[in-house]
Ligand binder design. Structure first.
Ligand SMILES: Cc1cc2nc3c(=O)[nH]c(=O)nc-3n(C[C@H](O)[C@H](O)[C@H](O)COP(=O)(O)OP(=O)(O)OC[C@H]3O[C@@H](n4cnc5c(N)ncnc54)[C@H](O)[C@@H]3O)c2cc1C
Length: 465
């Protein structure tokens, strides 16, 4: 367990924290016992969207959020800013879990969610640098092009047309993102680039402005049980207790194997001159990646930088999470190299910020949300790297479940889904790190042979993707 103390320390968490117009001073902690209707653990997007929609549904509800650091401390303040309609389980997998119609409904709900985030940001006056420019996924090898085509094929099988996802030839992809070695790509309009810390801090302010809602910061929750959460400075008793702790979940007693915290790391460059952006494009600020196995992701920020990230940092034994794990110089160097390979036009632009944070991977890679009506315990998470949009859907769904509202959302296939727990250590450490290595090796193999890697497919099946 660790404590960060100053607002300077919070500001150094990421480029986004460094540039949010906010003092990042921690709010009041809990002092003494409290009573509420709903207590939420964690003030990231999951916890805050839940509080937001709950207080909208029923302004009389007493809602308490307990946050160990400050609102937006975790992944919600530090991510790539893709407010996307991506859900970590594929349509085919959702169809296997439930049925075809349920898979389609889930994807449609995700599409609507992107617009819902934009709607609330506008309604609450949160300037999160919203730019709904879609996403371009570049195919930069024959194997990546095959994956692009397979993605389109899967979408078509489920009835999603050109308006949702379309295949790009090399010229069309290049016209959006002037990257190197582009053979084609996939474009979807269902994504907005955002400044995540502006959104999460703005959302916290909107929640605080609601009469019945309180956010206690610097208030670590030591234990969660039906009807109560325990902190060092008091116990909050409530009918409903919601766990919204994502990558930090294994630190709570009883949840060690619920998800595996895996780190994603990012860099931000200095702003690039307009002449360089003229060569690169990304004019509508679409988010971008290529279709390699070891995920990368980027955006052109509102102030003309690249914010660029990827996986590859190691998983740590015992699912441990520490601030020092946010910094892995080799991964930052690899990200800088990859960005220059993608966009040689950036030349030697300096990297000004590097940071990282934990995301949560459930054993079957399927995010879930749920509430046990008997115990009053609820949760949402396991978004892998796709939580910016999905947390909003989770918040609305939890608000429905808690207020006993049967809705389209409460019938979606991820509601009540229980992923198996991860293997005990050291098997978990071996499996997760082997998975990360395999993705890396598979990308190199594909670059060498120009054929899809079999080993990546095998690993994907082993992990249940
Ligand atoms: C570097 C990076 C890049 C990413 N990029 C993207 C992206 O571009 N698009 C996308 O969709 N997703 C992305 N993700 C994932 C996305 O950010 C997360 O899925 C999402 O923010 C999860 O929100 P959350 O509220 O569930 O968790 P978090 O934001 O992690 O919030 C959990 C909160 O709980 C608090 N907490 C934990 N334990 C306790 C405790 N015991 N007591 C009190 N408080 C506690 C933490 O301090 C934290 O503030 C990225 C993640 C990372 C790390």
């Amino acid at each position: 367990m660790y404590r960060m103390v100053t607002s300077d320390a919070y500001r150094s968490l990421s480029f986004w924290h460094a540039t949010v117009p906010d003092t990042l001073t921690a709010g009041e902690p809990l002092t003494g016992d409290a009573e509420a209707d709903v207590v939420i653990v964690g003030a990231g997007f999951t916890g805050l969207w839940t509080a937001y929609y709950l207080s909208e549904r029923d302004p009389a509800l007493r809602i308490v959020v307990c946050e160990r650091e400050i609102a937006g401390f975790g992944a919600s303040g530090r991510n790539g800013g893709w407010c996307s309609a991506l859900f970590p389980a594929s349509l085919a997998k959702l169809a296997r879990m439930a049925n075809r119609d349920a898979a389609i409904a889930m994807q449609r709900a995700m599409y609507e969610t992107v617009d819902e985030v934009g709607r609330v940001a506008a309604a609450e006056g949160i300037d999160c640098h919203w730019a709904k420019g879609g996403t371009v996924q570049l195919a930069r090898s024959p194997a990546q092009l095959e994956r692009a085509k397979a993605e389109i094929e899967e979408a078509r099988e489920f009835g999603f047309g050109e308006e949702d996802l379309r295949l790009l030839d090399a010229a069309a992809a290049q016209a959006i993102a002037g990257a190197s070695g582009v053979l084609g790509g996939v474009f979807t309009p269902h994504c907005a680039a955002i400044h995540p810390a502006r959104l999460v801090r703005g959302l916290a302010a909107a929640v605080r402005a609601r009469a019945g809602a309180s956010i206690y910061e610097r208030t670590p929750v030591l234990d969660i049980a039906p009807g109560r959460v325990v902190t060092p400075t008091g116990t909050v008793r409530a009918r409903y207790v919601i766990r919204a702790t994502e990558g930090y979940t294994p630190g709570l007693p009883g949840f060690r194997r619920t998800v595996a915290p895996v780190y994603s790391l990012m860099i931000a460059t200095e702003p690039l001159p307009p002449a360089v952006w003229d060569q690169i494009g990304l004019a509508d600020r679409p988010t971008f990646n290529d279709l390699r196995h070891l995920i990368i992701y980027g955006q052109r920020t509102a102030d003309g930088r690249f914010a660029f990230g990827g996986r590859g940092a190691p998983y740590h034994l015992g699912s441990s999470v520490r601030p020092s794990y946010d910094q892995v110089p080799e991964v930052f160097a690899a990200l800088r190299r990859t960005l220059a390979e993608l966009f040689p036009a950036i030349g030697d632009v300096p990297v000004t910020h590097h940071w990282g944070g934990p995301l949560a991977i459930p054993r079957d890679w399927c995010a879930s949300v749920g509430l046990d009506p008997a115990s009053g315990l609820g949760w949402a998470g396991g978004y892998v790297g796709d939580g910016v949009g999905t947390t909003n859907l989770a918040g609305r769904t939890l608000a429905d479940l808690i207020t006993g509202t049967s809705s389209v959302l409460t019938r979606l296939p991820w509601v009540g889904h229980k992923s198996p727990v991860w293997e005990p250590e050291p098997l978990r450490w071996l499996g997760v790190n082997a998975g990360l290595q395999v993705m890396n090796v598979a990308d190199r193999e594909e670059a060498r042979t120009a054929r899809p890697s079999k080993i990546a497919g095998f690993m994907g099946r082993f992990l249940g993707r």
